[in-house]
Design a protein around this ligand. Structure first.
Ligand SMILES: [Zn+2]
Length: 897
């Protein structure tokens, strides 16, 4: 599954050990389901009938399976030629139904037959109702534990079976499911027809999919696999790009995995209402529209990249997740870490212009930030209840899982890693696997201790901080040599001094001033780069170790060569200065980016002075790679939002403008022909840095003019500039502009991408009168429930609007709560992690203890921890910033003289 970005940011505590286990009893295993459904899209109900062929392991008179919000009309169990009516009892809390028959069932095959009815709910899970202004649709979203809301089932990932599915629907409608349509017959009932789908491969229940409505499709194929991109009829013109990308990706994966795409056909369906980003149902990937439908010519580079990479993620799951599935949800990283690691590969191979490798470095940084909290959790974490399972879909399972895989792949070499991956997939296809199965496969193929390295990162919470000290061991005195000739004859090499690196391994904490005692160590594949020495990697498993480096006394050292390591680094003052001086000449872009991100994290934790971070940005100031500029924006936003005082603000804004204006001047507002994709994106980022962080009135005014032109003519500006321009223009709080954005949100012609861009613009207004209008609309009928919490969360993150928006949220809580879907409450609770004052911290704690949001008690603790840490960050770094700005201002004026 691909989550919305707000979910990536949510984080949670260790699962309480007392949660009630909700697993099915062992003893009955499903082999095959025959399912037929008749949904009623007007009444928002459905009826269903199923036969489950099961294997009974041990004589019994009771069978327990999962069921939630379903009513059973009749249940029978047949064994041999004997059919018995079953008594049904329900355990609502465990979401289970038990069928009891009068006479014992013997070990061997049996068949369960159930007639049932259910509701098409409005919570975007199970079998649910989605609506457009024109009509209703029925859609499924089953991961993690919601197949049981559509049909009684053995709803656990290891209980794989095959499925025959039939849907009886309105004559004018069609349906999409995991298999191909094999028959289409009229009735039963007037105005209806019944579609039957081909039998699926053996798979888990959470991957079953159905969509009913007037979908229209763009059709294509790759390697003889039919591929369709489908949606509501108006979206057809926007599906061609995704289809082209899906064709490219399928061919790439067929070659990478060495197992051809296993599921016959691939449908990719944009659903009008969808909570997650997308869901990898076997052969039928379902999507939120804004992540799928773009206008080939009028979409930004980042939208193209995002559509491509989300497709690459979901399609990677067809092998990692669908073909080979984790045994239980505690290993969800085997699905999500892998798909997240894999999603960048086709992008790097087929679209090198997007530089996806650098996005991998920034994604690792995202995981490292969450993993630095006291309330992080191990990648593999206990999860028993549906709520606990859903909470595991976070940036630890996704981004940390991917980062650890990247590190190990780089350590054993990509070719060897791929051979291990292929062996693992072949061994466990159509079945289930555990973490051990994976690292044993890579260890066997590589001959390296991957089975020792990976458990330290997968089973332990947190991340290593490697503190580096370098020394130069003096050379032994050179023997006296009389002449060059004699020296050559005696082959005496000139004695060389050598560099020694002393490494200390500790656990890195977001707030070092508040760190608990901890003695965790990891088996770190540490990679070293130095002047005059070949880069090398070595496993560092001790708390302290010393590494010699050949090639004489190196003037500088870098201990995360290729930026593939999942660890933070800290250099002592002297080593950092030397590294800063050679960063642009000796380090690769990825390495500079990891240094910049590590220094930013050290500043937050209180282990580095913000002055050194700003010095590093100044030293890199001509480094305008997109990923680096993204990192500047994120780091400077923290300084801007949390450290400025009335007194320090003017000097900081002046520094931002003087530092970044020359870079922007080189690019200008308008793209020139033949520019790279990166240039388009960098221009947009610089407009944000100068407008949002530098608050440059010229940039804001120009953005206002461009936003006005854009609202009249969508071709008026470069598509890649739209989002940044709309956001920066909103800082003007221009009421006319606000109305234009609001009208665009109501315009049926606005594309999903435009709706997303305008909503982000609306989130950036801060005039209370305007913000209030936007907030009212967020809870009103015009805003889809899939979007509401995300929009509100972003207003709460806007430092200029957050106080007012927080007051408003408290006052309008009952309407806000009414808009929440199953998992969207996280967006609001998590947004409060951006508050940075003791008052607001206390208010948040009080408010959410009085107003519980489902499944957010742990993410609330995370927000509290981040607010506490921000308060410390502010107290520690504000004086450092002021001192740096004073010095910087005097330097600047000295330079001017
Ligand atoms: Zn996924």
């Amino acid at each position: 599954m691909t989550l919305r970005s707000y979910i990536f940011a949510f984080i949670f505590a260790l699962i309480p050990a007392l949660a009630a286990a909700q697993r099915l009893p062992e003893g009955v295993t499903p082999q095959h389901y025959a399912l037929s459904f008749t949904p009623d899209l007007q009444k928002a109900t459905f009826s269903g009938e199923e036969t489950i062929d099961v294997q009974i392991v041990k004589q019994t008179h009771a069978i327990t399976l999962n069921s939630a919000e379903l009513e059973f009309q009749q249940a029978e169990v047949t064994q041999g030629d004997k059919t018995q009516i079953a008594q049904t009892s329900f355990d609502t809390e465990k979401q289970q139904a038990t069928l009891t028959v009068p006479a014992d069932l013997q070990a061997g095959p049996a068949a369960i037959h159930i007639n049932f009815t259910g509701i098409l709910n409005d919570k975007l899970r199970g079998f649910y109702l989605a609506k457009t202004k024109l009509r209703n649709y029925a859609i499924t979203q089953f991961e993690s534990t919601d197949a049981r809301r559509a049909f009684p089932s053995f709803d656990e990932p290891a209980l794989k079976a095959t499925f025959d599915i039939a849907l009886t629907i309105d004559q004018a409608d069609t349906a999409i499911s995991n298999g191909k349509i094999t028959s289409d017959t009229p009735g039963p009932g007037e105005g209806k027809h019944t579609l039957k789908f081909s039998q699926t491969a053996r798979m888990s229940t959470y991957l079953v999919a159905m969509a009913v409505g007037d979908f229209t499709c763009n059709e294509g194929s790759a390697d003889n696999v039919p591929i369709r991109v489908c949606g509501t009829p108006d979206k057809k013109p926007l599906g061609a790009t995704a289809l082209r990308y899906a064709e490219e990706i399928l061919q790439y994966y067929n070659s990478y995995y060495g197992i051809p795409y296993p599921f016959g056909k691939l449908d990719i369906v944009g659903a009008p209402d969808f909570e997650a980003g997308a869901m990898e149902n076997t052969g039928a990937i379902f999507y939120r529209e804004s992540d799928l439908f773009i206008d080939d010519k009028h979409s930004s580079v980042s939208s193209h990249q995002e559509v491509f990479e989300v497709l690459a993620h979901e399609m990677a799951h067809q092998w990692f997740g669908d073909l080979v599935t984790m045994k239980w949800w505690d290993n969800i990283w085997l699905n999500e870490g892998f798909a997240t690691w894999m999603e960048l590969k086709p992008s790097q191979a087929l679209h090198p212009e997007w530089n996806a490798a650098l996005d991998g470095v920034n994604a690792s940084d995202e995981a490292l930030r969450v993993d630095a909290l006291r309330n992080t959790h191990p990648i593999r974490a206990r999860a028993e209840t549906p709520e606990e399972i859903d909470e595991l879909f976070d940036s630890i399972s996704y981004q940390k899982g991917a980062a650890v895989l990247r590190m190990v792949e780089s350590y054993v070499s990509p070719d060897v890693f791929r051979r291990g991956v292929n062996a693992y997939l072949r061994k466990f296809q159509y079945s289930n696997a555990s973490a051990e199965d994976f690292w044993n496969a890579i260890a066997a193929v590589s001959g390296r201790p991957v089975d020792k390295i990976m458990p330290t990162f997968v089973e332990q919470a947190g991340e290593p901080l490697i503190t580096v000290k370098a020394s130069c061991a003096a050379a032994p005195p050179e023997p006296k040599v009389r002449s060059r000739r004699r020296r050559r004859a005696r082959r005496i090499a000139p004695a060389q001094p050598k560099t020694e690196i002393s490494l200390e391994q500790t656990r890195f904490w977001l707030d070092a001033s508040n760190a608990p005692a901890n003695s965790t160590t990891w088996m770190v594949p540490l990679c070293v780069k130095a002047a005059n020495a070949k880069p090398f990697c070595q496993i560092v498993g001790q708390k302290e170790s010393v590494l010699p480096v050949a090639g004489g006394c190196s003037p500088w050292l870098f201990v995360n060569a290729n930026a593939m390591g999942y660890y933070r680094t800290r250099y002592d003052g002297d080593a950092l200065q030397k590294l800063t001086a050679v960063a642009t000449t000796e380090l690769s872009t990825a390495e500079r980016l990891s240094l910049l991100n590590d220094e930013g994290a050290l500043v937050l934790s209180g282990q580095e002075n913000v002055a050194n971070y700003l010095n590093l940005i100044s030293a890199l100031n001509q480094d305008d790679e997109r990923a680096i500029v993204e990192s500047y924006l994120a780091g400077l936003r923290l300084v801007h939002d949390d450290l400025l005082t009335e007194a320090s603000k003017p000097a900081f804004l002046a520094w931002v403008r003087s530092n970044f204006s020359p870079m922007f001047a080189k690019l200008g507002w308008t793209p020139v022909a033949g520019e790279t994709d990166d240039r388009h994106e960098v221009r947009a980022l610089l407009i944000q840095i100068l407008g949002e962080i530098g608050e440059d009135p010229e940039v804001i005014n120009h953005a206002v003019a461009l936003a006005g032109q854009y609202s009249k003519d969508e071709t008026a500006i470069d598509p890649s500039l739209v989002r940044g321009v709309l956001e920066v223009a909103a800082m003007s709080n221009d009421a006319g502009l606000f109305q234009q954005y609001m009208e665009a949100m109501s315009n049926p012609k606005s594309s999903p991408e435009q709706l997303s861009d305008y909503s982000r613009g609306l989130d950036r207004f801060s005039d209370p009168k305007l913000t209030e209008q936007w907030l009212e609309r967020i809870i009103g009928p015009e805003t889809r429930s899939q979007d509401a919490a995300g929009y509100l969360g972003r207003v709460l993150q806007n430092p200029a609007a957050q106080k007012m928006a927080w007051e408003w949220t408290k006052q309008h809580w009952s309407e806000v709560a009414g808009k929440l879907t199953t998992g969207s409450g996280f967006a609001i609770v998590n947004a409060t992690s951006h508050f940075c004052s003791a008052n607001m911290r206390n208010e948040v704690e009080q408010f959410f203890s009085d107003h519980k949001v489902a499944a957010t008690s742990r993410s609330l603790k995370q927000s509290m921890e981040m607010m506490d840490s921000c308060i410390h960050f502010q107290a520690r770094q504000q004086p450092n910033l002021t001192a740096w700005l004073e010095q910087h201002a005097s330097n600047a004026s000295a330079g001017a003289r």
